[in-house]
Design a protein around this ligand. Structure first.
Ligand code: ADP
Length: 227
């Protein structure tokens, strides 16, 4: 009797020989291959211009590869129909470099927005937002974003990113403008997300950040994977 090999769960994100050019000349990624499983915390490291944001934009299907394949939750992002893209993005929490919180409303209202956009009635959206804000340790619910410190703004942006309970959270340079203690706090928080079952991919050029014990580092330089 032969024993079938035990297969692990399918990876959530697969890059298969991905090359990305912007225009005819700018080569942002060159033959990059890796896969990321569920509940992983991945640090995308490398200097500015290495291609980290491009990796995040490909996973979010904001770009398509020039060659190779990007597969997210079993779907080849280059083959998705345009109509399905909003659903894909809504299933992810995306925090870009600028937290982009709306200054004309409270922190709680900012965090509620994606839940309302995905069709939850206001009372449930508010409940979700309060839970998300509690998870990131922020209790300044009524404050306006501009009244928060840089670290608190990052926490608010992370709360907004998890309010729809995504399986995947993408974060670009969350510690860029933070002091060491606030940066460490944000990374601890991302590690807690991963422990709770969320796949977290965080891009950072900072050499001085404290890498959480759980994190796997994928290093890029000049568009190539550094082994
Ligand atoms: P990182 O996030 O590591 O700083 P990026 O992915 O932003 O790197 O950039 C990788 C390379 O691609 C850089 O050379 C950058 O100038 C170039 N690039 C990024 N976005 C664009 C764009 N929209 N148009 C043209 N070139 C771009």
């Amino acid at each position: 009797m032969s024993v079938a090999p035990i297969e692990g769960p399918a990876p959530l994100v697969v890059f298969d020989h991905v090359t990305k050019r912007y225009g005819a000349f700018r080569l942002a990624l060159s033959e990059v291959s890796f896969s990321i499983g569920r509940s992983e915390l991945v640090l995308l490291a490398g200097p500015s211009g290495a291609g980290k944001s491009t990796v995040l934009r490909l996973i979010a299907a904001l770009e398509v590869p020039s060659s190779g394949r990007v597969v997210v939750a079993g779907e080849d992002i280059a083959r998705l129909r345009p109509r399905t893209l909003p659903f894909l993005r809504r299933s992810m929490g995306i925090v870009l470099q600028d937290p982009m919180l709306l200054d004309d409303r409270s922190v709680l209202d900012n965090v509620m927005l994606p839940a309302l956009a995905s069709g939850l009635p206001a009372p449930q959206a508010e409940e979700r937002a309060r839970t998300a804000l509690a998870r990131v340790g922020l209790d300044a619910l009524a404050a306006r974003p501009q009244e928060l410190s840089g670290g608190e703004q990052q926490r608010a942006a992370l709360a907004r990113a998890i309010v729809n309970r995504p399986a995947l959270v993408l974060v670009d340079e969350p510690t860029a403008h933070l002091d060491a203690a606030s940066a460490a706090g944000i990374l601890q928080l991302l590690e807690q997300f991963a422990v709770a079952g969320v796949t977290v991919i965080v891009a950072s050029h900072g050499e001085s950040i404290v890498v959480p014990a759980r994190a796997r580092t994928i290093r890029l330089d000049n568009g190539r994977l550094v082994e």
